[in-house]
Design a protein around this ligand. Structure first.
Ligand code: SAH
Length: 472
């Protein structure tokens, strides 16, 4: 089992300081299940690669453990020595412990800097789920974290092509990120691909998962699958971890559902309600006189397209937590083919709305269209501070479904929400209570507008709040 981490950051040998392993030495570390060797096949100013080679002792692995279920032979003849599994996570935490927790004695200034990094895993067992192929599985896990994924599948035996393909892949993950984030992602996600039992299972597994996943797992669209698989399907632990990740949700959601198309709920599609909503949002932003506008949770870029078409807006920023949505937005807006002057007006950035972000400062107006219902209620407070306290645009235009209207849709079973990823849907009173509180706490005035056709008792399908900074 080989993990290779490489960089083209200049100077590339900084990697040795970040990993706390000297490029000139080959070092060996004893582990409970074998040995880990660390060495550098390449180390110069331009390029540097560090290998972690696991030398797993299959006999040592099962010694003293009476719980091996698959028969005697399988105890000794299995894929454990060759594949990346939870054993690799153990090795990462023991061999690269400081780097994993974001520390570097000699390059402290570099630990938070994003540098071009590639992790190559030889080999990772990848099996698809009921709704996705193996490569889709890789995309679902690593894609939302921003990686470019390159995977090559290996045949079971090159000498016997008729035996067919194996579930084993060489996987390359590439991105500019910090070494700590890369190692945290590998630590949590590698065991997720491995269906086999975890050898190091203990009550502190939840702590380990949360400490390594703290900064990113809560916002990962596949967090339920990751948590379930990481914790080897032990329901009580899974629930405990999920509850702490999202600070609510007593049950694990049905994780095999496609969660990536977060945009337009099915029930709404028929009505083209979304177009009406965009029209209402555009009208509110235009009349605010804004020139610089940020679309928070921009999704696939429908509002961005409208903003781009109006020359009133000189600077447009789209932000979303989903890299996949941003890629779709980039394609749909044809950003690569825009004339330079147009291209300069718009930027797309990856980010979460629950973390303070300097990039959101100095905008005249922010749109938050059908986004807050995707946030877990305990994180709303963080969202409020990010938008209304730190980014603090003069105008915030925010929409969310009106739950009262759901009874009008025959296709929506009673009591269900419009989309499987919605964490809540508010009545008009609930929305106004929340928005009124926000306005008061952060010094905004707020007014409410219905969006879509209004019904006598239940109002309109969507609701909009327009916040304006007092004394702004
Ligand atoms: N505003 C778009 C998309 C709405 S769907 C539109 O009206 O078409 C909700 C979007 O919010 C998704 O693209 C989702 O990825 C994004 N989102 C959810 N949680 C987020 C978070 N914490 N930070 C940033 N974006 C988030």
């Amino acid at each position: 089992m080989l993990l290779t981490i490489s960089t083209t950051h200049q100077s590339a040998t900084d990697l040795g300081y970040l990993l706390h392993k000297h490029p000139d030495r080959c070092q060996t570390f004893p582990l409970s299940f074998g040995k880990a060797h660390v060495f550098y096949p390449e180390a110069n100013e331009q390029a540097c690669a560090c290998c972690l080679l696991l030398d797993v002792d299959p006999v040592g692995l099962v010694r003293g453990k009476g719980n091996w279920k698959d028969g005697l032979l399988d105890q000794y003849v299995n894929d454990r020595p060759f594949v990346a599994s939870s054993l690799l996570s153990v090795a990462i935490s023991q061999v690269f412990g400081s780097a994993l927790s974001g520390k570097s004695k000699d390059r402290a200034e570099l630990v938070d800097v994003e540098i071009p990094l590639t992790a190559r895993i030889d080999v990772l067992p990848v099996r698809g789920g009921p709704n996705s192929s193996a490569t889709e599985m890789l995309e679902r896990m690593f894609g939302p974290l921003g990686y470019t994924i390159n995977a090559k599948r290996h045949p079971l035996d090159e000498e016997f092509p008729e035996w067919g393909e194996s579930p084993y892949y060489s996987v390359e993950l590439e991105q500019s990120t910090t070494i700590a984030r890369l190692l945290q992602h590998l630590y949590v996600l590698i065991p997720v691909f491995d269906g086999k039992k975890h050898y190091y299972f203990g009550a502190d597994e939840v702590e380990k998962l949360l400490s390594k996943g703290e900064s990113w797992l809560g916002d990962h669209p596949e967090r339920a699958t990751i948590t379930r698989r990481y914790l080897s399907k032990r329901q009580s632990l899974v629930r405990q971890a999920l509850a702490r990740l999202v600070e609510e949700e007593a049950t694990a959601p049905d994780d095999e559902q496609a969660t990536d198309e977060a945009s337009t709920p099915q029930a709404e599609r028929e009505l083209s309600l979304h177009e009406q909503r965009l029209g209402a949002v555009m009208a509110a932003i235009r009349s605010s006189g804004a020139k610089r506008v940020v679309d928070l949770g921009c999704g696939e870029g429908k509002l961005l397209r409208e903003l781009l078409a109006d020359s009133q807006f000189t600077e447009i920023l789209g932000m979303d937590v989903s890299v996949r949505s941003l890629e779709i937005a980039h394609r749909r807006l044809k950003l690569d083919r825009l004339p330079e002057r147009q291209r300069e007006r718009i930027r797309l950035v990856h980010g979460a709305l629950t973390y303070r972000d300097e990039r959101l400062a100095n905008f005249d107006a922010a749109a938050v269209v059908e986004v807050i219902e995707h946030l877990d209620p305990p994180r709303l407070a963080a969202f409020e501070r990010v938008v209304f306290q730190h980014a603090k645009p003069r105008t915030v235009v925010l929409t969310t479904p009106n739950r009262e209207y759901n009874v009008v849709w025959e296709s929506l079973p009673v009591g269900e929400m419009r989309h499987s990823d919605h964490r809540f849907e508010w009545t008009r009173a609930e929305f106004e209570e929340w928005a009124g509180g926000v306005a008061e706490r952060f010094g905004y005035r707020v007014r409410y507008l219905p969006v879509g056709p209004e019904e006598a008792e239940v109002g309109a399908p969507s609701q909009m709040a327009v916040f304006e900074l007092q004394n702004g």
